[in-house]
Design a protein around this ligand. Structure first.
Ligand SMILES: NC(=O)c1ccc[n+]([C@@H]2O[C@H](COP(=O)([O-])OP(=O)(O)OC[C@H]3O[C@@H](n4cnc5c(N)ncnc54)[C@H](OP(=O)(O)O)[C@@H]3O)[C@@H](O)[C@H]2O)c1
Length: 234
């Protein structure tokens, strides 16, 4: 069991990239961190690098039952569930276009990036509401900002993140007054498998805004989209 008062955080897609760096920062901020990954071995290897405060669980966010099983296990083992970061995501293959992208490929992106986050929020919220405290962070992208669409690239990814923004808003309204804050965090373009080697930010730098939203004080914002810790147009 963690020490009383020590926050417990779950992060999806935490075996590598920005998710792993979110976990590293949360561990430094004295959180007990549950790294989840599709492959148990990735979660275990990543957690092993973060010390005693880190634990590994298997979670594929496309599993209909996986998120609830993880939320329940975390509460059973650690006594609480304070923070859930929906970080796991996939992106369209290079060169896809909205008029030609296959429906199966579109569905796969939506299943991970939108429905995965939705399943996880449904799993986490009952525990958070009961405790009167929770922080849900949906890791998104400026590519999902309708105000920023200026070309036809990454259609399913953009649509999934735009819909994730809508999900953020409706969850925040539902949770209003319960102590649960729900926000979307754009990490910025970072050097990960998804971002590629030319990105300006290190994965650790990209973890800053998600972690800020994961650790908001009681009077922090809810239902917002933030980039570089600043409100960003939807
Ligand atoms: N990098 C950027 O420049 C950038 C910019 C804007 C937004 N973002 C957002 O930041 C977040 C993290 O991206 P990243 O750059 O760190 O990407 P990444 O290196 O490709 O990592 C994505 C992570 O998501 C996991 N994942 C994919 N499908 C999953 C599933 N069904 N269930 C559980 N985990 C799954 C992957 O696990 P596996 O190891 O099993 O594949 C991997 O750990 C994403 O939400 C992304 O949209 C990134």
């Amino acid at each position: 069991m963690p020490e009383p008062g020590r926050r417990v955080a779950v992060v999806t897609g935490a075996g590598r990239g920005i998710g792993l760096e979110i976990c590293r920062r949360l561990a430094r901020l004295d959180h007990t961190v549950i790294l989840t990954a599709r492959a148990r071995v990735s979660a275990e290897q990543a957690a092993a690098g973060l010390g005693k405060a880190a634990h590994a669980l298997q979670l594929d966010v496309t599993s209909p039952t996986g998120p609830a099983a993880v939320a329940d296990e975390v509460v059973d083992r650690f006594g609480r569930l304070d923070v859930w970061v929906n970080n796991a995501a996939i992106v369209d293959d290079d060169g896809t276009r909205p008029s030609t992208m296959g429906m199966d490929a579109i569905a796969a992106v939506l299943d991970t990036n939108l429905l995965g986050a939705w399943r996880c929020a449904q799993a986490a919220l009952p525990h958070m509401r009961r405790a009167g405290y929770g922080r849900i962070v949906n890791v998104t992208s400026t590519l999902g900002s309708l105000a920023s669409v200026t070309d036809a690239t990454d259609p399913a990814y953009r649509v999934s993140k735009a819909a994730l923004h809508a999900l953020t808003r409706v969850l925040a309204f539902e949770a209003a007054g319960t102590g649960v804050l729900v926000n979307a965090a754009s990490p910025g373009w970072a050097r990960t498998a998804m971002g590629g080697p030319d990105a300006p930010l290190a994965a650790d730098e990209a973890a800053a805004t998600p972690v800020w939203l994961a650790t908001l004080p009681e009077n922090g914002p809810t239902g917002g989209l933030f980039h570089d810790r600043q409100p960003y147009p939807w």
